[in-house]
Ligand binder design. Structure first.
Ligand code: SF4
Length: 364
């Protein structure tokens, strides 16, 4: 590692951050003291994993109104917590946050980085971010933005994450020199607002010393990771109503969709569009959409069926009073159908046979 010392190289970041930082609701005014509310830092860091700042801000404000302390969050029931997270995605974070709040409420905040890393949902990055921003511990926190800035500044070839250990060792003295909270946030802020994937070198405080800029290589450093081609599938998303109840999947206890209520789905290839069966008094449809996930794409065809009477549904399904729909937490795809139920649909030209749908959702 032959990089110039970090305290001198990163010195321009501190004054730049003083004048350029965004006013975000979780940010403390005083960057030299421990944060007055470490829980706010924890909430913001969990929300910011995989989610843009602009999306997080209103969620953060509502969350802090609803659960202002770790105790409040620890005591809330799971549906309420998932409901408050509804729309943010990656719901595992909400459960981790609740579990971490339970630990903090019962035992207080951990006293060191090892203790923070032991809280649910806090990997090395999040623990270091909370440690430096909330407690002023000189723990280097490298998120995607920080990796990009440092890769360009130091002209690192290949994936900078492969040099994470070296970068943390190199960065630590700069945190001590300029303040852990200030420098950690300044580095991430520069990556988020100036040294973005398309670099805005014209307004960068590091422009004079940046290796990638001086070598005219900002477009190729760091290299963009190739994404796997997402798997494609097609499904019917079915809102079935009978006797003032809707048929829903109860939340799973674990997995990506744990904690969320879901509409029944049926594989569109296994149940092709055919004639509309007569036993459904109402059958309406809306235009479909493609739901994009990290590793798959779903062609979603939303349907509504009203039946005369409930039937004995499969074990994982529940008949839920219609009035409960707005109270229960749904993922993004399923929210969309819930919202469509309030808008007029149309009698579908092509739909699956409703008798076949019922057969597939009935108790075996
Ligand atoms: S000069 Fe350009 S490439 Fe270098 S750190 Fe600044 S914005 Fe990024």
């Amino acid at each position: 590692m032959s990089w110039p010392p970090a305290p001198a190289l990163l010195a321009p970041l501190a004054p730049w951050f003083e004048t350029s930082r965004r006013d975000l609701p979780w940010r403390a005014a005083d960057l030299d003291a421990p944060h007055p509310d470490p829980y706010a830092v924890l909430v913001s860091e969990l929300m910011l994993q995989q989610t843009q700042v602009a999306t997080v801000v209103p969620y953060f404000k509502r969350w802090m109104d609803r659960f202002p302390t770790p105790q409040d969050l620890a005591e809330a029931d799971e549906d309420t917590v998932h409901k408050a997270w509804e729309g943010l995605g990656y719901y595992r974070r909400a459960r981790f946050l609740k579990a971490a709040a339970g630990s903090i409420a019962a035992e207080g905040w951990p006293r060191d980085l090892v203790g923070l890393t032991g809280l649910p949902g806090l990997g090395p990055y999040t623990a270091a971010a909370v440690g430096s921003i909330a407690f002023q511990w000189p723990a280097p926190a490298l998120d995607g933005n920080a990796f990009r800035v440092l890769a360009r500044l130091l002209l690192i070839e290949g994936d900078p994450k492969a040099r994470a250990g070296d970068l943390r060792t190199w960065l630590a003295p700069a945190l001590v020199a300029h303040g852990p909270s200030r420098l950690t946030q300044a580095l991430m802020e520069l990556g988020a607002t100036v040294c973005a994937p398309v670099a805005g070198c014209g307004s960068c405080p590091l422009a004079e010393i940046c290796g990638a800029r001086l070598a005219s290589r900002t477009a190729e450093i760091p290299p963009v990771a190739k994404r796997a081609v997402p798997k494609a599938s097609a499904l019917w998303l079915v809102a079935m109503e009978a006797e003032g109840h809707m048929l829903l999947h109860a939340p799973a206890a674990s997995g990506l969709l744990a904690g969320l209520w879901r509409w029944p789905t049926l594989d569109a290839e296994a149940i092709p569009a055919g004639s509309v069966a007569s036993e459904a008094p109402a059958l309406v449809a809306w235009p479909g959409w493609t739901q994009v996930y990290t590793h798959r794409r779903e062609a979603v065809s939303p349907l509504y069926l009203r039946l005369e009477a409930r039937f004995e549904a499969a074990k994982s399904l529940r008949w839920v009073p219609v009035g409960d729909l707005t109270r229960l937490p749904f993922g993004k795809r399923d929210q969309r159908l819930r919202d469509l139920l309030a808008t007029p649909g149309q009698a579908p030209l092509e739909a699956p046979d409703s008798a076949l749908l019922i057969q597939n959702l009935s108790k075996a």
